[in-house]
Structures are given as C-alpha cells and as structure tokens.
Design a protein around this ligand. Structure first.
Ligand SMILES: O=c1ccn([C@H]2C[C@H](O)[C@@H](COP(=O)(O)OP(=O)(O)OP(=O)(O)O)O2)c(=O)[nH]1
Ligand SMILES: [Mg+2]
Length: 144
C-alpha cells in the first residue's frame, strides 16, 4: 500500500505493535506540544498521506489506554479515510476529562485499521421483506 511521510525525521512508518494487531498506531507530528483542555477538540497531524486501493477504507480509532487513563478519545470515531483521499491523515482528538492533556511530538495518539468495504447499488422498492424483528430496535429485545 502506498504511503507518503512528511517530517520523516520525526518517526518511521506506522507500525503494528504486535504480530496480530489490527491497528497501526498513529503518532502526532508536531513542532511543539499541543495542550487539550477539558472538552477541547483539535485536529492532530500525523505526517502521513496514504493511497488506499479502491474498495479499502481506513478507520481512525481511539487508543483504549488514553481513553481510560486520560479521557482522550477520537471525537468522530471511527474516523473514515476514503480510498480517494490524498490529504494528510489527521486525528480529531477530544479531551473528555477534567484535566488538561499535553500531546507531545511523536506520541501515539490513535490507531488506524485498514479494512475492505462494499459499495452498494440501491434497488428502490415500496416494500421490504418481513422479519421477526421487524421495526423493533433500541432495546426492544429487553435488557437481559
Ligand atoms: O478522522 C478523520 C476523518 C477524515 N479524514 C479525512 C479523510 C477523509 O477521506 C476526509 C473526509 O472525511 P469525512 O467524509 O468523514 O468528512 P466530511 O465532513 O464528510 O468531509 P468531506 O465533505 O470532505 O467528505 O477527511 C481524516 O484525515 N481523519
Ligand atoms: Mg464525507
């Protein structure tokens, strides 16, 4: 898969941290640290530009450790990187804790999962097929 990296001095290609990891960790590429105050959101540059094959997407997801320890998450999770996007991959972080959080250059702020996806063609109809569930949702099957 093609990838262009700017600010190469900062870090290498995104990596899987273990042999069977689904996510590639994304690092912040910053000239100076960013402070995220409580409830503040900021777009964090990664220095990465990717060229996904048609039929693939990349999902930008939070890291659970940052979410659990610091309330830091990806606001639009999962962020969607389209196969025809040629801009920089950015991470929309939000701080849901009561404390300011400092993001330093090179820190792993999120992870990216590359996945195959379908594109559908619609067939417009007046009636859909019957199912047991029907229109039930939002807890219709009960709690336990
Ligand atoms: O977390 C994200 C989400 C999106 N993008 C880039 C890649 C994606 O292909 C493009 C558009 O994203 P999306 O479709 O989610 O945003 P939109 O608000 O619908 O913008 P657009 O009108 O450009 O599609 O922005 C990122 O870099 N990071
Ligand atoms: Mg869009």
């Amino acid at each position: 898969m093609k990838i262009k990296v700017i600010n190469k001095g900062h870090h290498s290609l995104p990596e899987y941290q273990t042999v069977a990891s689904a996510g590639l960790d994304l690092r912040a590429v910053l000239n100076e640290s960013i402070i995220l105050n409580p409830l503040e959101r900021k777009l964090i540059p990664t220095g990465l530009f990717i060229e996904l094959p048609v039929g693939y997407e990349a999902q930008v997801r939070p890291r659970s450790g940052l979410a659990f320890k610091y309330g830091l998450t990806v606001l639009n999770s999962p962020g969607t990187i389209d196969a025809d996007y040629r801009g920089e991959v950015k991470v929309l972080l939000v701080n849901l804790s009561n404390e300011p959080f400092e993001i330093k250059d090179g820190e792993r702020v999120a992870q990216m999962v590359v996945a195959k996806h379908e594109q559908v063609e619609w067939e417009a109809v007046d009636e859909l097929s019957d199912t047991d569930r029907g229109a039930g949702g939002y807890g219709s099957t009960g709690k336990k």
